[in-house]
Design a protein around this ligand. Structure first.
Ligand code: F6P
Length: 519
């Protein structure tokens, strides 16, 4: 259980210290973790804040909770289960995890040796989708010998587009669903199966693979037992990338990508478990995030990967952070009392610069930014990479240092403007500066560094959950929407009781009626 954060003297001390801890633009603070560098020089700091942070972590029982997480104890208390995704990437995994890894590798080896499955249709949503999309786009950006289509949305256009142009005789349907009850995945899977059947495929079910924690349900659906890969109750959906859900990545790119990501994530797990607070990258990132959100009041966090291959990192981190931390009730069932998980959004730089960076630089709210960049590129155009790096550093510096009125005035006068015009225009050119950021530098984009990066975010989210006193591993809000959608679907099909329809607000009732008539 977790008492109210705001009742703790350690919180009051942390809050007070955070307010007195500016960003020191002349100090360099870089943490090296699992092969990547986290530069937190762009966050406020002071010795008092460090001391208060340690006291707060101690007061929240961080060390034992981390131990519980990493050893497979009940970390997800509202669902009474472990959140043991770290077990999936352990270098020497438990027996059942090792066995599934072997089965996956054998499946991929066989498919490769037979040159089978030129097309993969990966059907899954949320955690059963984003991680795989991210890995495939990160390492298959220049094309893969198998064509991979992702279908997540329940919008029929998604599955229509996902199947179009593919040869059904050489297409593997991958159904990724922990629960095997998700409406999107089951409906899209059904359409894919019908598509196989309609094209005269001899044994359509032989072209379907499932990854799920409910093998019984998948088997009842028709998937052959040998094509069902297991994940476990103790793996949260948004952490399932580390499981056989990555079969698609292994088929599309290769199995080494999956193993490399697991190795990088495991290295970050070890760092998280062992590094002292001051040198612990996930912990420091979490603390900075709490200062930005709960003390300074920033409502959102911007993710700016300066790497085109990481465009799917944005929705990946968005789900990880927002599904995990989009809560305001603590484990005791009381209001947390401070602002919790920020809205997470972003876009790769440099596109982002031409889309919303204006708002980051001079808007009234601003947002902390996580800049992510690779020191070395994997293409042969150093000019491009130089420009990319320059843009990343420049944007960050502009947010950090800002531009004063005097600096802007001088610029205008130097450009030959009259005093009056210069004074007027200079006001528009002022940048407030002092906007917090992290800079995460990967030596280059490899499965290992991407794995480490994702684990960095996972552990950061966990630490924030501990400090806020919320469970980052459930998602009751999402579940409620699913239940309502089920009821409305029944109404649209004319199968609901009158009492159900009467329970709606006026607007919903109107549109249920209207849509029902047109279906
Ligand atoms: O969006 C809610 C959610 O429960 C996610 O946590 C999960 O990743 C997704 O739905 C898909 O669930 P499943 O893998 O069970 O189909």
């Amino acid at each position: 259980m977790s008492c109210a954060l705001t009742s703790l003297p350690e919180w009051a001390a942390f809050e007070a210290a955070a307010k007195q801890s500016p960003i020191h633009v002349h100090d360099l603070r870089i943490i090296h973790a699992a092969g990547i560098d986290l530069d937190i020089s762009g966050q406020g700091s002071s010795p008092a804040l460090s001391d208060a942070a340690q006291a707060l972590l101690d007061a929240r029982g961080f060390a034992p909770m981390r131990e519980r997480l990493l050893s497979g104890g009940i970390a997800n208390v509202t669902e009474a289960r472990a959140a043991w995704h770290t077990a999936l990437r352990a270098p020497a995994p438990i027996k059942e995890v090792a066995a599934e890894r072997q089965r996956l590798n054998a499946f991929v080896r066989l498919a490769d040796s037979e040159r089978r499955w030129r097309n993969i249709v990966h059907i899954g949503i949320g955690g059963s989708d984003w991680g795989v999309r991210l890995a495939v786009s990160a390492f298959g950006y220049a094309g893969t010998w198998r064509q991979v289509h992702f279908v997540a949305n329940i919008d029929g256009h998604a599955i229509q587009g996902g199947l179009s142009g593919l040869d059904p005789h050489d297409t593997l349907i991958v159904l990724a669903s922990k629960s095997f009850t998700t409406a999107e995945t089951l409906q899209n899977g059904q359409r894919a199966l019908e598509w196989l059947q309609a094209s005269g495929v001899e044994n359509p079910y032989e072209q379907v693979v499932a990854i799920t924690a409910r093998p019984d349900v998948a088997q009842a659906w028709g998937v052959p037992q040998a094509h069902i890969f297991k994940l476990w109750d103790w793996v949260g959906g948004r952490f399932s990338l580390w499981s056989a859900v990555s079969l698609t990545t292994a088929l599309a790119v290769n199995a080494d990508v999956v193993a490399g990501m697991q190795a990088g994530a495991a290295a970050m797990d070890a760092h998280f478990a062992e590094a002292p607070t001051e040198r612990n990258a996930p912990v420091q990132m979490a603390l900075a995030g709490i200062v930005n959100r709960s003390v300074l009041g920033y409502g959102s966090l911007n993710i700016a990967p300066y790497d085109f291959r990481l465009s799917n990192l944005v929705p990946y981190v968005q789900q990880l952070e927002m599904e995990s931390l989009g809560k305001s009730i603590n484990l005791d069932g009381q209001a947390v009392g401070v602002a919790t998980g920020p809205a997470v959004w972003g876009m790769p730089g440099t596109d982002a610069q031409h889309t919303f960076f204006q708002w980051l630089h001079q808007g009234s709210d601003g947002a902390p930014v996580d800049f992510i960049v690779c020191q070395h590129a994997d293409h042969g155009w150093p000019e491009h990479h130089k420009s990319l790096l320059a843009n990343c550093l420049a944007q960050r510096e502009a947010l950090l240092k800002g531009k004063t009125y005097d600096g802007a005035l001088k610029e205008c006068l130097d450009a030959g403007m009259t005093q009056d015009k210069a004074e007027w225009l200079a006001q528009h050119r002022v940048h407030p500066g002092g906007r917090p950021s992290n800079l995460i530098v990967l030596p280059r984009l490899s499965p290992y560094t991407l794995g480490a990066l994702l684990a960095l975010y996972e552990h950061k989210v966990f630490v924030q959950g501990v400090i806020w006193g919320i469970n980052p591993f459930d998602q009751w809000g999402v579940e409620y929407g699913k239940v309502l959608a089920k009821g409305i679907s029944a109404e649209l099909s004319g199968k609901a009781a009158d009492a159900d329809s009467a329970a709606h607000d006026a607007s919903t009732a109107h549109w249920v009626k209207s849509f029902g008539k047109s279906l």
